[in-house]
Design a protein around this ligand. Sequence first.
Ligand code: AMP
Length: 460
Amino acid sequence: MEITSFEDFKLNRQLLNAVGETGYEHPTPIQQKAIPLVMAGHDLLGIAQTGTGKTAAYLLPLLMKIKYAQGQHPRALILAPTRELVMQIAAAVAELGKYTDIRHVALYGGLGPKTQIEAIQQGVDLVVSTPGRFLDLYLKGELVTKQLTTMVLDEADKMMDMGFMPQIRRILEVIPLKRQNLLFSATFPAKVEELSHEFLEFPTRVEVTPQASTADMVSQKIYEVPNLKTKINLLAGLLSDAGTFNRVIVFVRSKETAENVFKFLERKVVEEGQIRVLHANKGQNVRINSMEAFREGNVRVLVATDVVARGIDVELVSHVINFDVPLIYEDYVHRIGRTGRANRTGEAITFVTMAEEYHIKKIEGIIKQTIPREPLPADLEVTETPFDESQAMLREVDSQRKKEDPTFKGAFHEKKNVPPAKKPGAKGKPRTGGAPSGRSGARSGSRSTGRKSSGTRGRK
Ligand code: AMP
């Protein structure tokens, strides 16, 4: 049966009324596929990114199964990698469960557990938690797991990336064997596959590819930029138009770049108090505050790394600027998915150096689109590429070509007389360790390009 309306699911009136109030008109593809399966009691492997409606896809059947407040101990557990995501899921529980009396708590670290423990002691039906905090409270004897009959792992790929496997294993040991399991992941790398074997029993796999819809909603363009300094100039030029660029996320690949870009913009470009930076080294509270300030429109520019970006659910982002091309290619879709949400059009702008062309081609393959290229603004100051930066990029291009064509000898190394023995080493290590840019002065250049090779390799 073709499902076109939420009424087609066998959800109860309380849930349907809540859905009605959210303004969702039709179930999204992941909801169409997953909801009936979960309601039928299957274990599910859902490959879906944020922005596809995956949260409601598991929450609606889960709330339907829990039905109403009962007993003292939780019957369902949702694990998510970050505090931001836990809070977001808990907000969705509150929204979709508003006409039920289902009790939920959100558990995460970064603050004392007292309030969370008090909430648990009041009796709870559904727990949303980060793995670490769940385990802490369990080991303190504050959580009783024997009533758990459903468990959800959300953003499993990110949990694996963040090293939560031991905690998850530990949690699986302490919860009842007989239960329904749902695993959601944006991507499906080997580690998640392994986890799915441990966690799921005869799962049904559902997959959605939101790329087309996300990419359709967002107008995308590329600027070809010769070097790091010109990227900075371009970014400064764009952001100085505060009217157009009124709510912007600037994505960068690393914490260091995030800090550098942030400091530069804060000092020279963005009005006082209108910019924040978000990366994994920032404390939880700082991250939450920054996110809130941005969400509320009190801050115009947010500089963020991918690690923290997935939890960002902000409407009306005018622009996403990819200061550098993500090496986890799926992150491109995550990044641009921050704009063009809720049927609004947004713009995604990506800065691409010679050494990043390889990665953008791969991304274009994934999104099945060629991203249009725009000439650089006429008034942009295009700086000369420093020697070391250009060396690092050339070397990078060489190693990319070799990856595609193992017989390719490399135009760069031969010319520069790098001893052949260095080649594999240079390929496998962070760039600063290789010759010849390990010398002085190349830091900005090698920083922006050097990480690429190690990062790319890390995920293949
Ligand atoms: P998620 O993929 O769960 O992170 O959801 C992304 C966004 O889509 C959230 O802001 C949801 O409120 C919204 N959403 C979820 N389901 C629907 C739907 N059926 N129609 C429109 N928006 C939805």
